[in-house]
Design a protein around this ligand. Structure first.
Ligand code: AFP
Length: 336
């Protein structure tokens, strides 16, 4: 229920349907269920040690990474809530080797939901921000979601993308292709309330985000780019830069959507054989669309992320995204 000043997520979805006529019922249902899952994940995180949800799960995911208990809990919440319904044909997760077909996909306009259920989980045990990243793709009519190939669509095919960030407040940031909009969880009512419309990313910035400890492993264009930033006023950029690194993509991207910036997780020689650190389908693609919808750019250094034709469900790519002019400079350096 929306009041004169407060528009709930549910009402915003229906308003978007009326305004753009592009929101089929199953897509609205997909987004409402995802929002509810994020609310429950945030509640579990918020209980922290009191709920016995911190620490390692004692298992590894498909990436060979040690899972946190909350990685598994968050993944289970998304699977359970979305399994009851006919809005999805299937799901894919950072935490699962194979796709998860919905037992009884219903009508023709079902969707595919991909997610990183708990991004930045290494931050969990230090009470730092973490999040859930999601991407929605159209499900080809009659597809068998046990076949990973149905998910292998370019990021430009997304019909919705967003993330929840579990920080001092819980926020849901989303795009349906008509700008980027922010909702804040009212912890008293449980409602997600529209708090910012049309987030805009300035073309220029003085703030960059990168894990500097990898510097010696970067390729030459990124070495040159970061060296120029660090040279500040005395260097070729003729201005000083600040650096931030939260080590949760959701938090670093949220910062640049909130006040500008540029984020890089470039290829480095440690990760070169894997193709990079971040996963294309459920990290790079949704974040790239959000950034482009806010007026920024998202590139591997060599190509637009949303143009990549995926070859694997857990494919990794180098990621550079944010302020338009910074990504233009990075792509110039990569083509020099
Ligand atoms: P975890 O989910 O394993 O913490 O990884 C988070 C992440 O995939 C992404 O959210 C961060 O930007 C990046 O890794 C941080 O990587 P470093 O730990 O190498 O800085």
């Amino acid at each position: 229920m929306s009041t004169a000043h407060h528009i709930t997520f549910t009402d915003w979805l229906h308003d978007s349907q009326r305004a753009h006529g592009t929101l089929p019922a199953n897509l609205i249902q997909t987004l409402m269920v995802t929002a509810e899952a994020c609310r429950r994940i945030g509640a579990a995180i918020g209980q922290g040690a009191l709920a016995g949800v911190l620490g390692a799960a004692g298992s590894e995911n498909v990436q060979g990474e040690d899972q946190k208990k909350l990685d598994v809990i968050a993944n289970d919440i998304l699977l359970q809530l979305h399994s009851d319904g006919s809005h999805l044909a299937g799901m894919a997760s950072e935490e699962m080797d194979d796709p998860f077909p919905v037992p009884h996909p219903g009508s023709s306009d079902a969707y595919l939901l991909l997610f990183d259920p708990l991004d930045g989980s290494s931050n969990i045990d230090i009470n730092a921000p973490v999040g859930t990243i999601f991407s929605v793709l159209p499900a080809p009519a009659g597809c068998d979601a046990r076949d990973a190939s149905v998910f292998l669509q370019p990021g430009s095919a997304q019909v919705a993308a967003g993330y929840a960030i579990y920080g001092p407040s819980t926020q849901l940031i989303i795009t349906l292709g008509h700008g980027v909009h922010a909702f804040t969880l009212d912890r008293y009512s449980g409602e997600l309330i529209l708090t910012q419309e049309h987030l805009a990313l300035p073309a220029q910035t003085q703030e960059f985000a990168i894990n500097m400890s990898n510097q010696r492993f970067w390729e030459a264009p990124v070495q040159t780019y970061v060296t120029d930033l660090l040279a500040g006023k005395t260097g070729p950029r003729a201005k000083d830069f600040n650096m931030r690194w939260v080590a949760a993509m959701v938090a670093d991207v949220h910062r640049l959507l909130s006040r500008g910036g540029v984020f890089l997780y470039p290829l480095d020689s440690k990760m070169a054989s894997k193709g990079g650190k971040l996963r294309l389908m459920y990290e790079a693609n949704p974040m790239a669309w959000l950034v482009e919808q806010a007026g920024g750019q998202a590139s591997t250094g060599h190509q637009r992320i949303l143009d990549i034709m995926p070859t694997g469900l857990h494919q990794r790519v180098p990621v550079m995204l944010g302020a338009r002019d910074e990504i233009t400079e990075l792509t110039r350096l990569h083509s020099a």
